[in-house]
Ligand binder design. Structure first.
Ligand SMILES: NC(=O)c1ccc[n+]([C@@H]2O[C@H](COP(=O)([O-])OP(=O)(O)OC[C@H]3O[C@@H](n4cnc5c(N)ncnc54)[C@H](O)[C@@H]3O)[C@@H](O)[C@H]2O)c1
Ligand SMILES: [Zn+2]
Length: 377
């Protein structure tokens, strides 16, 4: 197959369209998967099951009888194509440039072509980009189809695939068009992380550090003591880290699914990260790393966090080989931030820390933020 032709969304395995894979019995899966841990996220709309330590090979056992379609990208197909259940596969492009309305349009064309209807189950298999796009496509096609994910990057296992936020970028705005809609299940198969590019793997730790920094001192300390083993993918350590991060996110999402208060804490570092992503080629996780250092310094400057707290955050991110500073002109950052400002008028919500393990949101006048950022230069 000529990979060069796959510039955008395309479909594979159409012959398998009507085939239903042999489904395994849920109970028998549970019996031999002693190490698998499940976290239920209970919201008004549904229960979303996060299956940590489950295997891609057992995916079929979680699907309802009937039609399904897979949305994934080329990398997943390259490494795991043979392990996918026999359903039609929509292959979307990679990177933020593919997280667009155009990609959605192409996916809807494919769903129409393969006669997806309200009974079709959508399976997103990939990192945060595939899950964000597949989740949104499933949420709006015919006013919503059932869907679930196999989450294949560290970043998406600990954060992106969990919690029901999905969507696409619009113009220069990240995640501007989207919905809140929970996947029925998320399979987090730790073994799949072995094929990740090491840079992508490390980027995932930014969201882990975020989860710890905003609400769990003991996870933060655990990371301080175990970062090398985590980077070396020691199974037990990595699984604990994924489990604890998901538990933190699940707790927050259950309290505030639609992000009217508590959930905003998960945006620690993100106000700056989104601007950084617009200005550089940094991965999302790398930009979040720099953004968290920025937010921690801001917290210190405003008298909430002590200097030691800032140093611990910087050091931990460095230990995960993540960037902690930007080689960018501060004026450029500030101008871009002004342009990126979405809907908050003259003030924006910035998530700050008053200690490691505790975050709060403060509305800051844009003008004051600008002064503080100049000061921090
Ligand atoms: N919805 C949310 O709550 C939420 C939260 C955090 C981040 N996000 C979004 O997630 C996105 C970033 O996600 P990401 O970091 O997973 O990046 P990604 O989805 O771009 O994946 C990174 C790269 O790794 C490849 N890949 C994925 N799994 C692989 C595997 N197992 N083996 C080999 N290669 C693999 C992909 O093809 C891609 O090239 C951003 O767009 C961000 O906005 C969303
Ligand atoms: Zn993020």
């Amino acid at each position: 197959m000529d990979m060069g032709l796959w510039a955008t969304t395309c479909i594979l395995y159409p012959a398998a369209c009507s085939m239903q894979p042999e489904t395994s019995n849920l109970k028998s899966i549970a019996n031999y998967l002693n190490s698998m841990k499940t976290i239920d996220i209970k919201t008004d709309s549904k229960v979303s099951k996060i299956l940590i330590g489950e295997k891609l090979q057992n995916l079929a056992g979680y699907l309802p009888p009937g039609k399904a379609m897979i949305i994934t990208d080329e990398n997943i197909l390259k490494y795991y194509g043979d392990a996918l259940p026999a359903f039609p596969v929509i292959v979307m492009g990679q990177g933020e440039k593919s997280k667009t309305l155009e990609t959605l349009h192409e996916i809807f064309d494919m769903l129409l072509k393969y006669e997806a209807d309200r009974s079709t189950f959508i399976i997103g298999i990939g990192g945060g980009i595939v899950c964000d796009v597949a989740g949104f496509a499933a949420s709006v096609y015919m006013r919503g189809l059932r869907f679930g994910f196999v989450s294949t990057t560290l970043l998406s296992q600990v954060d992106a695939s969990v919690g029901g936020k999905n969507g696409v970028n619009f113009r220069r705005y990240k995640n501007m068009i989207g919905a809140f809609s929970q996947p029925e299940f998320v399979i987090c198969d730790g073994k799949m992380l072995a094929t990740l590019d090491p840079v992508e793997f490390r980027a995932g730790f930014a969201e882990v550090v975020k989860a710890a920094a905003i609400s769990n001192t003991s996870l933060f300390e655990y990371l301080e003591n175990n970062h090398e083993a985590a980077l070396e993918m020691e199974d037990a350590i990595l699984e604990k880290i994924v489990y604890e991060s998901v538990r933190i996110k699940a707790g927050i999402v259950e309290k505030d699914e639609k992000e009217t208060g508590e959930r905003r804490k998960l945006n620690f570092g993100h106000t700056f990260a989104h601007t950084i992503e617009n200005l550089t080629d940094m991965l999302h996780g790398e930009a979040v790393s720099v953004g968290m250092v920025f937010a921690a310094r801001l917290s210190e400057r405003l008298g909430f966090l002590d200097g030691k707290g800032v140093i611990r955050i910087e050091e931990l991110l460095r230990n995960f080989r993540l960037p902690v500073a930007l080689n960018l002109d501060a004026d450029k950052v500030i101008n871009a931030m002004k342009k990126d400002k979405k809907r908050e008028g003259d003030a924006i919500h910035v998530v700050m820390l008053d200690r490691i393990g505790h975050a709060f949101t403060r509305e800051i006048e844009y003008k004051q933020l600008e002064e503080l950022l100049y000061d921090l230069r």
